[in-house]
Design a protein around this ligand. Sequence first.
Ligand SMILES: NC(=O)c1ccc[n+]([C@@H]2O[C@H](COP(=O)([O-])OP(=O)(O)OC[C@H]3O[C@@H](n4cnc5c(N)ncnc54)[C@H](O)[C@@H]3O)[C@@H](O)[C@H]2O)c1
Length: 304
Amino acid sequence: MSDDGTTNDPIPDIEIPGTVAVVTGGAGGIGKGIVGALLRAGSSVVIADIEADTIAATVEEFSSLGPVSGVRTDITDESSVKALADQVYEQHGKVNLLYNNAGVTSGGGGKPWQQEPNDWRWCFGVNVFGTAICTSEFVPRMLEGGEPGQVINTSSGDGGFAPVPTASVYAASKAAVSCFTEALHHNLVMEDTRLRASVFYPSGGLQRTGLFTASRNRPEELQRVGEATGRKSMTFDEMKAMLEKSGREVVEADLDAQGDFVVSETAARRYIITLNLGDTVDLLHRRADAIGRLDVPPHHGMPI
Ligand SMILES: NC(=O)c1ccc[n+]([C@@H]2O[C@H](COP(=O)([O-])OP(=O)(O)OC[C@H]3O[C@@H](n4cnc5c(N)ncnc54)[C@H](O)[C@@H]3O)[C@@H](O)[C@H]2O)c1
């Protein structure tokens, strides 16, 4: 490997049929699209999600596609994740694909200085600690098993590439996810393992998911203490209407097609998984140029 770790990696592709996959946040939204795609590709899938009813509905909906089951899991809780891993290894004997996909917003909105400690605790608890806890629980077992595998962490263009200034806590959490994934990948290469990491940036249009009502899963003890500030939680349709009213052309992403794409890119062990970088590459160049001038990098304009 070269000093900057960017050399070509000769590791073989992953044969998806016969693999065992765990998808956090797989009961709904983007994760559900990945679960369906994995089943169509021949993987056995375990959905790990905090919403028991949604897990049950998704397992029922997908049961004709292939072996799918669910375990109610709170990824912010080490004992819950350990119980998940114990159950998956007991039932399947291995894990090849770990999709750290569950995520939440920070709720409430507001300026960076209006964010409450509980906004940070909840958002970082799920997005960052959840990803870290699942990685620490599963990766040693995956390494021990010695099979080919991949850890795919869902980040966001918001934070992963550049912050949306009105979403400061969420952006910071996704910057952490992207940075952690890169470090994870390098270590998996350095240790000469059969595992690699990928970072997934949902793209290709507005995602019709439950993210905009993520507060439905916010624990009682992590609620805001002060007055709500800024934008409140809204449904996808309210969000879409708001964007259309502001004159934006809104294209909805196809979550099933996105899932198929994520799975084929997983098989190819692509490091960055995203459907359409579009203007992002140009933004990243302009960010690098600004940093080179010791200037403030340009940010994402999306009002989310
Ligand atoms: N929707 C978007 O526009 C968008 C854009 C970029 C990135 N993302 C990311 O995509 C991922 C999936 O989000 P989505 O848009 O499908 O939202 P979603 O709300 O539809 O799905 C998230 C899932 O995570 C689960 N979850 C929440 N807290 C959990 C916890 N503590 N433990 C286990 N599961 C938990 C929820 O029950 C839900 O099923 C997230 O990481 C999100 O940040 C979403």
